[in-house]
Design a protein around this ligand. Sequence first.
Ligand SMILES: Nc1ncnc2c1ncn2[C@@H]1O[C@H](COP(=O)(O)OP(=O)(O)OP(=O)(O)O)[C@@H](O)[C@H]1O
Length: 229
Amino acid sequence: MTVLRFDSVSKQYPGGRVALEDVSFDVGAGEMLFVTGHSGAGKSTLLKLIHLSERPSRGAVLFGERNLLKVRGRRVAMHRREVGVVFQDHRLLTDRSVFENIALPLILRGMRRGEIGKRVRSVLERLGLGDRERALPTQLSAGEQQRVGIARAVVSEPRLLVADEPTGNLDPTLSAEILALFSALPEHGTSVLVASHDLGLVKRMRKRVLVLDQGRLVDDIAPEDLADA
Ligand SMILES: Nc1ncnc2c1ncn2[C@@H]1O[C@H](COP(=O)(O)OP(=O)(O)OP(=O)(O)O)[C@@H](O)[C@H]1O
């Protein structure tokens, strides 16, 4: 089953910059893959089209049966509940506890308090944050903050998780740890798309890799065809 399809997608920003040019690919249910390329290659733009912070100039982005070009108004928020997003800079609410940060998407959905408690604690345990639920984000290490960002993105059990340079500021051990967490998500039914310019790291993960170069998809490499890192 296909979760995400890019069909001849181009994106030109106002001002003339072409960020993506005729990009086509599919992501299957429960698949994890990377998108890589030099700075400015179009990685962030590709992710932004998926969570609707940008719109394509040409072509179509399909999420399951949903053509994202037709998603407007209130439906944008509904769409975003099915796509978890992990940002490099975490974007946590600094005056709210770890628990509250993670619970927020469930509170917004109107979920019952008992159910919210159960779900948040289960995600906290999975991410090794069981004893940090009352802490404020400022009291956490960079790696812990990043894991809270991931917990918030996965707590709604999204069909797709997109992550933009999720290991950007982390040391190699923490980076590996975070990527191992992502690798476990497909078992829970979530497909995962990670943008990273760190080629060594991408190769070590041994997953499918899309390569962007100046907005063009120039390679789509299967795990078995990856050279050793
Ligand atoms: N809002 C914008 N307005 C105009 N041009 C933009 C905008 N956002 C990105 N661009 C341009 O589009 C191109 C692709 O940018 P994008 O951020 O997608 O690349 P990237 O591969 O994620 O780069 P990086 O690894 O540096 O984050 C770049 O040339 C960039 O300057």
